[in-house]
Each structure stands twice: as structure tokens, then as C-alpha cells.
Design a protein around this ligand. Structure first.
Ligand code: PLP
Length: 380
């Protein structure tokens, strides 16, 4: 069997060796509690400060605006719940294509009497800013819109949304999990009030996230305690914080050069597929997507079946977001796009920095065979 081909980097990424080596001493030798006042704790504190600085640089934020959390799901819930606790207003605007950690928080708030507007998307998954403006009422206190969609790769007009939020004096939360490392983020220029990111999408381990909270916002914590300036209780996850800081440093140094490679590979993959297989549909906003993502469907072939055939060749793709893949329900993102899922049921291919051109060639070859076989079976 050929060696593993991993094309599911929007679900999670392999931990980078450099990042792993950076964090390991903080599991082995420097295991002190950063809150301790003896010097053993102080060294660790300094290293956390360095990590915070790297993340602040990544976002064009200030160090004291960075809060470490356990994951982006926690960051998302914290930002939304804090905004809700700070006002008597009851209306939030979000979109139909957000990650489950946003949608489920909104659903919870609905049970508590909040009114949520879920903006619709067109067939490409694009939102309409006029609809956003029309949805704003006197009672709106929060707009929560993702920077890039995990399933389609669509990049949303965050700067324009930030301007609208500012004009109407509404808080703007942005889930930037999928954008980090691929889209240059500037929280000041984009008028973002709170923002989430996650370590395991940028080659750091799972179980570490960040919540950016703009200076001056009265943040109400979800988890109480003295750490993170009383904004997030819990002894700091030192090794993972250091890992995330290193991941941010590597992105800052790379300066988004990785996009060239990812785009080259993704475009080659799509062009090769389209030139060799008939009746292919690519979902999403083709001109305005993340460089690494392709959500692609083959007429008459079920995405789940294709995934299993590819898995037999040690090739790993997804049918949607990882968080939904155990639920045999169609993707809420593609449903929102009104996609013809009966005929065109997709797989999501999401490339990462370790993928190679050779892997693309092997993949396309296996894919052609798999699609041909599945179509043949269906036609019998
Ligand atoms: N938001 C988006 C867009 C994501 O893709 C994910 C993970 O798939 C998350 C939030 C949640 O991140 P975490 O796994 O750190 O909770």
C-alpha cells in the first residue's frame, strides 16, 4: 500500500516538528506553574509572554488583548456570551454557514429569549451585505461572521462587515480559525472587536486556542479565575501556549508565502480532475477562497462512498466539516447554498504545507479510478 496521503488539513493539521521541539522542554524540564513567584515559574512566564507577543503580531493586536483558551470553540462561546451578558439588547446577526460552535451557542441563546438572524448565502456560499444592513435593528448588539468557511473555503468581506458594525455601534466577533496563516489578519484595520483562532489548524497541537478581545471591551469571562488577567481561569497550558506562539512566529516569518504553494497544488488538482473526469462541480466562491480548499462533487457519486474508496488506498479526505462527519446529515453549509446534493454530493479536499505535487498526481489517478468504478456500479 502507498504511504498515507492526508488531504484533510481543514479538520486538523499534523504538529510541526519545530513546534513540537519548542514545546517539549515545557513538558519535561520546565513544568513549573507560571503563577509561582519563584524563578522556576518566572522563566516560564517570560516564555508565555513571548508567545503572546507572537500572536499579537500575527493579528496586529496588543499583547494584553490576547487571551489563551482551550480551543476556538471555547473562544467563540466566550466572546458571544460575554457580549450577551453586557447588554439588555436581544438581537444577534450571524450566518447560516458558521461553525457548529457558533451556531450551537446561538441556538442556546434562542432558548433564553434572544432573537438570532441567520443571514442566507447564495449558491456560491456568498453573503449579501445589504441583507446584513437590513437585518440591523435598535436591539442588535452583536454581529458574528467567520473570516473563512471550513467547508467551502470562502473568504468573507470582513473589513466591510467591520465597517458596518462600527457604523451602527454593534460589536463584531469573527471566527478566524480557518483563515489564520492564509489570510493576512489585521484586527485594527478590519474593525474586529473579538476574534477566535485555534492551534491545531496551524500545525500546533489540539486543545489550545486564543480569544482576542479589543482593549476597552468589558469582557465577562466564561471560566472564572485569576489567570489571563481574570479573563480566563485555569492554570495556563504552558507547553501548548508555547507551541501556539511558535506556530504564530512561523506564520509571521513565512509572511503568507505558503499560499503560493497551496494555490498551485489546489489549482493543479482541480484542473487535472476537470480535464479527466466529466460532470464535475466545484462548490464555493471559486475566485475568493482559501488557497488550500476544494469542495468538489462528481455527478452520481456519493461523497461518503468516494471517501471510503479513497480511504482503502490510504488517502484521507472529508465530506464536510470534521465536527459533522459522524452525523449522517447533509452539510448545513451546502444546504444553505441550495446545492443539488442528490446528484452532486461532494468531498472536501484541504491541503497543507506537507503536501506535494507527487501526492496530487497519485490522488488524481486514484480518484479517476474510484469515480469511474462508482459510476459503473450505479449504472448497473
Ligand atoms: N471554527 C471553525 C471555522 C472551525 O473550522 C473549527 C474547527 O473545525 C472551530 C471553529 C473549532 O475549533 P476547535 O477545534 O479549536 O474548537
Amino acid at each position: 500500500m502507498n504511504s498515507k496521503i492526508y488531504f484533510d488539513n481543514n479538520a486538523t493539521t499534523k504538529c510541526d516538528e519545530q513546534i513540537l521541539n519548542e514545546m517539549l522542554p515545557y513538558l519535561k524540564e520546565f513544568y513549573g506553574n507560571p503563577s509561582s513567584i519563584y524563578s522556576f515559574g518566572k522563566e516560564i512566564k517570560d516564555k508565555i509572554k513571548e508567545a503572546r507577543k507572537n500572536i499579537a503580531t500575527l493579528l496586529n493586536a496588543d499583547e494584553n488583548e490576547i487571551i489563551f483558551t482551550s480551543c476556538a470553540s471555547e473562544s467563540n462561546a466566550s466572546a458571544i456570551m460575554s457580549a450577551a451578558k453586557n447588554t439588555n439588547k436581544k438581537h444577534i446577526i450571524t450566518t447560516k454557514v458558521e461553525h457548529a460552535s457558533i451556531i450551537e451557542t446561538m441556538k442556546y441563546l434562542e432558548t433564553k429569549g434572544y432573537k438570532i438572524t441567520y443571514l442566507s448565502v447564495d449558491e456560491k456560499g456568498k453573503i449579501n451585505l445589504d441583507e446584513l444592513i437590513k437585518s440591523i435593528t435598535q436591539d442588535t448588539f452583536l454581529i458574528s461572521i467567520m473570516m473563512a468557511n471550513n467547508e467551502l473555503g470562502n473568504i468573507y468581506p470582513i473589513k466591510k462587515i467591520g465597517e458596518i458594525a462600527k457604523k451602527y455601534n454593534i460589536l463584531f466577533h469573527c471566527d478566524a480559525v480557518q483563515a489564520v496563516g492564509k489570510v493576512k489578519i489585521d484586527v485594527k484595520n478590519m474593525n474586529i472587536d473579538t476574534l477566535s483562532l485555534s492551534g491545531h489548524k496551524i500545525y500546533a497541537p489540539k486543545g489550545i486556542g486564543v480569544l482576542y478581545v479589543k482593549e476597552g471591551i468589558d469582557f465577562k469571562p466564561l471560566i472564572f479565575g485569576h489567570q489571563e488577567k481574570n479573563r480566563r481561569g485555569g492554570t495556563e497550558n504552558v507547553p501548548y501556549i508555547i507551541a501556539l506562539g511558535k506556530a504564530a512566529q512561523m506564520i509571521n516569518e513565512d509572511n503568507y508565502e505558503i499560499n503560493k504553494k497551496l494555490k498551485y497544488l489546489r489549482d493543479k488538482l482541480e484542473n487535472d480532475i476537470k480535464s479527466k473526469i466529466d460532470d464535475v462541480v466545484i462548490y464555493g466562491d471559486i475566485e475568493n477562497r482559501l488557497s488550500n480548499t476544494s469542495n468538489i462533487a462528481f455527478k452520481g457519486v456519493k461523497g461518503e462512498e468516494l471517501l471510503l474508496v479513497l480511504e482503502a488506498s490510504n488517502i484521507f479526505v472529508s465530506t464536510g466539516s470534521a465536527c459533522n462527519s459522524e452525523i449522517a446529515e447533509p452539510s448545513h453549509v451546502l444546504l444553505a447554498c441550495n446545492a443539488d446534493l442528490d446528484n452532486y454530493s461532494p468531498i472536501r479536499i484541504s491541503l497543507g504545507k506537507y503536501n506535494t505535487e507527487e501526492e496530487i498526481d497519485i490522488f488524481v489517478d486514484k480518484l479517476i479510478k474510484a469515480v469511474t468504478m462508482l459510476r459503473k456500479i450505479k449504472s448497473k
